[in-house]
Design a protein around this ligand. Structure first.
Ligand SMILES: Nc1nc2c(ncn2[C@@H]2O[C@H](COP(=O)(O)OP(=O)(O)OP(=O)(O)O)[C@@H](O)[C@H]2O)c(=O)[nH]1
Ligand SMILES: [Mg+2]
Length: 294
């Protein structure tokens, strides 16, 4: 049975960078991997994908030929992929069991929260002839923690993806180097294991509609007149309660430039897919060669 992870998360969360860092780390540790790009708009890879959806269909062509926008175009690309699953099946059937399959996904959040396309794709990966043992690596940018409402909205999207995908999830706060020194350690802990009282601590932080000159501002008469007050606090309590009730989401910290950090995240992924349990047990002296181990 082969092993793999699908790297998901909002636009610009650092998915492709994480894939590259993971591949480099696996190489350094003499592990094999198989890299699949499923972003039909992606360009510039540090490592050339072994399978690239762009060889089947590109977003650019779809937008041009079908006169679709970027989001509709992406949906079309994935529907087309679902109708042409052999494109993935054939190369994947030949991937050996000790490989880690890394699947780089696009950043359109709708894919993970609204439409059943990705769950269908997952079914294909995890059942039938492929039978891949999979987990999701869900990335959220750590700069979100500066704006608490944004952070919890990201946490909700991670939770929504967990419920949709029905796979083991490894949630990751990416780009930790960007918040280094900005957030105290103790404070950071409350985000790593989301403490929903954060939403009440500073209800005025974050979500504030700005009043802009010269545009239709709806009912907003002045800055900060909405998304504050008791109904907003009640809404936040409700969201906090929901996250608490499920108690599903906690995050790993990732700095993609830091080899140890990438290694630590990989060990959680390995656990989630039970990679090591399934590898051939080695003879006690195997691999030691002539070295004298006493
Ligand atoms: N400081 C810092 N920047 C990062 C890190 N990871 C990614 N970035 C930057 O964030 C930007 C987006 O990174 P990508 O890896 O392309 O993000 P993505 O999630 O693949 O983006 P889409 O595929 O467009 O959704 C790039 O400019 C990266 O250089 C990190 O760990 N630290
Ligand atoms: Mg990307």
């Amino acid at each position: 049975m082969p092993y793999g992870t699908m790297v998901m998360g909002p636009a610009g969360a650092g998915k492709t960078t994480f894939c590259s860092a993971l591949i480099q780390h696996l190489k350094n540790n003499r592990r094999s991997c198989f890299y699949i790009n499923l972003d039909p708009a992606a360009e510039d890879f540090a490592y050339e994908p072994d399978v690239d959806i762009k060889d089947l269909i590109t977003l650019e062509d779809v937008m041009e030929e079908l006169h679709l926008g970027p989001n509709g175009g992406l949906m079309y690309c994935f529907e087309f992929l679902l109708e042409n699953l052999d494109f993935l099946t054939e190369p994947l059937e030949n991937v050996a069991d000790e490989y880690l399959i890394i699947i780089d996904m696009p950043g359109q959040i709708e894919l993970y929260t609204h439409v059943p396309i990705v769950p269908q794709l997952i079914k294909h990966f995890t059942r039938g002839s492929l039978n891949i043992n999979m987990c999701v690596s869900y990335l959220l940018e750590s700069s979100f923690i500066i704006d608490r409402a944004k952070f919890f909205s990201g946490t909700l999207s991670a939770m929504s993806a967990m419920l949709m995908m029905q796979l083991p999830h490894v949630n990751i706060l990416s780009k930790m180097d960007q918040v280094k020194g900005q957030v105290a350690r103790r404070e950071l802990k409350r985000f790593i294991d989301p403490d929903t009282s954060l939403l009440q601590d500073a209800p005025e932080s974050g979500l504030v509609y700005e009043y802009k000159e010269g545009v239709d501002n709806g009912d907003v008469e002045e800055p900060k007149s909405v998304m504050t007050g008791s109904s907003f606090a009640r809404l936040n309590r409700g969201v906090g309660q929901l996250i608490d009730d499920f108690s599903l989401v906690s995050f790993l910290k990732l700095d993609a430039q830091d080899e140890d950090s990438v290694g630590a995240v990989l060990s959680y992924i390995d656990d989630a897919i039970q990679f090591h349990e399934a590898q051939e047990p080695r003879e006690p002296n195997d691999g030691l060669g002539d070295t004298d181990m006493g």
